[in-house]
Design a protein around this ligand. Structure first.
Ligand code: GLA
Length: 412
């Protein structure tokens, strides 16, 4: 019955038209891999041929995505971030990939990524230079859009360093037009609201959602739990504004998944995965898929969590309760009173915490719900919204629950 319920939800979603950028893309949060957080601007391919920003890195990641189950789980985009090109445009004014690091060129790399059933993303900047000091798109929007389309690029992250923030609403909208004019569907990721926030300008999210498929709101993620918590706090603070624009075709982007990197513990990694699912966030991993340990791979491949992230309603969840070190986040799923509930324990006391709550205090519509513990894949029981529900949460961890209305679940 749950399966049948899902079918109804998916069919309903298909008739809900996207209200974001009208390129038919990102009807659910995009999933994939991105070089920045883990590999940064390492251009030293002579000494670090496996870890530098060059075609080998992206081909390796595409291979791992296909061969280790990431593609099957829904991860699709392989994204080149900053530092891929030469510092000068060519004589025709076009960007050119660094020939030492990308000897086959971006078009060939796109062909390779496509041959593996994946998509290729690229990075540039709205201003005069990228954040890493490479040529920006200012004054070259049309030619850059055309170049990316000719190369077979499927996604563009456009950053906002070295730019006049006040010109971004018009400028990014011009890039949207330039991308549309190429005729190639290119998923558009904008950093515009993040730069407005930093300049204390209130972003016009309606306009942003019209022009971008996904957009960064806040500072860059770093390889630390503290950084993950800071981002979660910002989303809580702005949740009403941000949730209002999250929908098929247009998603807030709290930045990359750092699961499997150097800092997060297994429990913290589960928490990032759960929280990014609650937030309907793009799932763009930045890690080394060639060496990632199995326990982190398993978290990234967890089907139930991904199903929640990819819920076709596109709604962003919100923080609905704070009690001591525990925060409870809730996301409405589908169109029939389903919920995902993340109980996040920010405490550092070294023992799991038993947390008790009445479901009605978490905003669930009154009724009986069947609860499933998502990471454990464990059925819990039926719970009335008036009764008390207890869950055990590890320190710096999450208990992640899927609540189905019982009348559907029990009639299997
Ligand atoms: C900015 C962006 C990052 C990354 C770097 C590259 O800081 O927010 O995600 O793209 O630039 O220089």
């Amino acid at each position: 019955m749950v399966k049948m319920l899902r079918c109804i939800v998916v069919l309903t979603a298909l008739v809900v038209s996207a209200h974001g950028l009208d390129n038919g893309l990102a009807l659910t949060p995009p999933m994939g891999w991105m070089s920045w957080e883990r590999f940064r601007c390492n251009i030293d391919c002579k000494n670090q041929p496996n870890d530098c920003i060059g075609e080998k890195l992206f081909m390796d990641m595409a291979d791992r995505m296909v061969e280790d189950g990431f593609k099957d789980a829904g991860y699709e985009y392989v994204n080149i971030d900053d530092c891929w090109d030469l510092k000068e445009r060519d004589s025709a004014g076009k960007l050119q990939a660094d020939p030492d690091r990308f000897p086959s060129g971006i078009k060939k790399l796109a062909d390779y990524v496509h041959s593996r059933g994946l998509k290729l993303g690229i990075y540039n900047d709205f201003g005069t230079k990228t954040c890493g000091g490479y040529p920006g798109s200012l004054g070259h929007l049309e030619v850059d859009a055309k170049t990316f389309a000719e190369w077979g690029v499927d996604m563009l992250k456009m950053d906002g360093c070295y730019a006049d923030v006040k010109t971004m609403p018009q400028g990014y909208s011009n890039m949207t037009k330039a991308l549309n004019a190429t005729g190639r569907p290119i998923l558009f990721s904008c950093s515009w609201p993040d730069y407005e926030r930093a300049s204390k300008i209130q972003p016009d999210y309606k306009l942003i959602a019209k022009n971008c498929n996904i957009w960064r709101n806040y500072i860059d993620i770093q390889d630390s739990w503290d950084s993950v918590l800071k981002i979660i706090d910002y989303y809580a603070q702005e949740q009403d504004t941000l949730a209002a624009v999250s929908a098929p075709g247009s998603f807030n982007d709290p930045d990359m998944l750092i699961i499997g990197d150097f800092s997060l513990s297994v429990e913290q990694a589960k928490a990032q995965m759960a929280m990014w699912s609650i937030l309907a966030a793009p799932m763009l991993m930045s890690n080394d898929l060639r060496t990632i340990s199995p326990e982190f791979r398993e978290i990234l491949l967890n089907k139930e969590v991904i199903k929640i992230n990819q819920d076709p309603s596109g709604k962003m969840g919100k923080r609905v309760m704070q009690s001591g070190n525990v925060e409870v986040w809730s996301r409405e799923l589908g169109f029939l009173d389903e919920y995902a509930l993340a109980f996040l324990n920010r405490g550092t006391e070294g023992t799991p915490l038993n947390f008790t709550v009445q479901l009605k205090d978490l905003g669930l519509r009154p009724g009986i719900y069947f609860l499933i513990e998502i990471f454990e894949d464990k059925d819990i029981a039926d719970f009335d919204t008036d009764s008390y529900f207890s869950t055990i949460i590890t320190p710096n961890g999450v208990s992640f629950i899927h609540a189905y209305p019982s009348q559907f679940y029990n009639s299997v």
